[in-house]
Design a protein around this ligand. Sequence first.
Ligand code: ADE
Length: 234
Amino acid sequence: MHIDILTLFPEVFPAFLGHSILGIAQEKGLVDFRLWNIRDFTQDKHKKVDDRPFGGGPGMVLRPEPVFRAIEEVEKEVPGTVPPRKILLSPQGTRFNQSMARELAREPRLMLLCGHYEGFDERIRQGFDFLEVSIGDYVLSGGEVPAMVIIDALVRLVPGALGDEFSTVSESFSEMLGEPPVLLEYPQYTRPREFRGMSVPEVLLSGDHEKIRKWRLEQARLRTCQRRPDLLRE
Ligand code: ADE
């Protein structure tokens, strides 16, 4: 999977992309990220990426020229591969969820366009076939954190990214780990068995894997009912 990230702040990504599951997925060659600075695609001497909105009003708007140039050049950059599925991050987009993550995790190539300032010149939306995605009903100062959220959710679904230990577990618990209906996770415990008067449920110490599996599924359903009944209706 190839992921191109178009942003005005590429320097905020490397630490995030280089660690944990994302870092391992890159080392294993399952995914590769390329960062592109939209400013590098300007052609004026001041490298201007934004401008005041026509009609007045507060804030600045991302100019169409550098964004069009960036998208068109990055698209050509990897010859022989399929055109990327293009994602525009904005609070106006379709709400991101686990089923969108599953769908996008199957794409061989993605391009994420992060905005900043007040928004994008509308012709950017008109010029390309974007999937416009929001990570929730709040306004962030840019699309960088949303891009990281989406990347994190997707890459852990790429086969092999989580390692054997986890994938075997996920097979027996697909209901809890991504197949609809998605359930919230069951309660987890580690050592010690007793901590400040609170003990680990007996069933988890029983060694009876079938009993443990049933208990976990029951707990996951209970938790989902209590905390997020909306997930059961999706
Ligand atoms: N850019 C700013 N806020 C956003 C949000 N909630 N989701 C996606 N992109 C954004």
